[in-house]
Design a protein around this ligand. Sequence first.
Ligand SMILES: Nc1ncnc2c1ncn2[C@@H]1O[C@H](COP(=O)(O)OP(=O)(O)OP(=O)(O)O)[C@@H](O)[C@H]1O
Length: 345
Amino acid sequence: MSTAVLAACQALRSDVFVEGFAPEWLQIDGTQIQLQLPFAAKQAAEELIQQFKQEAPQFAHYDWTITVRVEALPAKAATVPAGSSAPQVKNVITIASGKGGVGKSAVTLSLALALKAEGARVGILDGDIYGPSLPTMFGNLTEKLTFTPNRKMLPVNCWGIEGNSLGYLVDTEAAAIWRGPMASRALEQLLFDTQWSNLDYLLVDLPPGTGDIQLTLAQKFPLTAAVVVTTPQNIALADAQKGIAMFQKVDVPVVGLVENMSYFRCGQCGHQEAIFGTQGGDDLARKYQVPVIGHWPLATALRESLDEGKPLQVSTPEHELNAVFAKSAQQLAANLWYLLTPQAE
Ligand SMILES: Nc1ncnc2c1ncn2[C@@H]1O[C@H](COP(=O)(O)OP(=O)(O)OP(=O)(O)O)[C@@H](O)[C@H]1O
């Protein structure tokens, strides 16, 4: 073990693990260095290791493996319906948008796969009663749920992500005429009567809007935090603003804003065009003091991959967009830690 590596381990401890971070363990075996640390510290640790490798050539042959530990952060108390039990999930994060069609489901799946790639156990609850999209995005439209002997729903599993959606249970044309209370009750059942395994993150894709259904769910679900998705267009921003205000009203912290369809990049010539305007998401984030966790481009490849049930992270791991999704997932995890743990104050 060279002194440089020892110094690097020391630097990792002092530079990355300040503010309450402590590696759970660090193991050195020949040229293999393994460490486990809180999810939120992973990005900083990776950047530091990269820097060591560039600055000290003797590092080049060391392999660093980072595994992550995801904290269960404080969540709102839930109103568990009679006969149900609270889900065995560390963090329930809702992905919401005021306006429909801004890419909430696309963001939910992409973030879920990116969090999973970082080492977290992730599930998706497709809460879009009136237009469930999970079966399309999972590419398993005809799959039906199975049940445990005590009538709990077993989630489907796709690419290592657990999922449940009304789309696996009932005829969605019938569900389209359900009134608000019926829709809310159906969503509660999807959350509380599904036998989720011990997940680190359950992402709940809420129906678009800020009406009664969304408000009821924001109040009743044991939410840890919310992510709001918008496009830079004024009409979407106005609705996203209502969404942020709704979460603030029910004391659910908004830990990230994704500005989706920020710009279009021509596949032929590379020219970038801000079709829906510029700066909208950033202005909104400043106004409500919500951190922006990504500006995602309008990309034909993303739309095609989701329509075909083969997300880019699965079908084309080397696609440049996957790095954008990964960065947003890392920022989401870091924001959760910094905003919600007492040590970070
Ligand atoms: N960044 C993007 N680039 C290209 N297509 C996108 C992008 N984001 C979403 N889409 C596509 O736009 C359509 C609408 O997206 P999505 O279903 O995720 O929106 P939503 O906000 O969940 O809509 P809903 O109103 O049904 O809740 C889908 O076909 C999706 O694949």
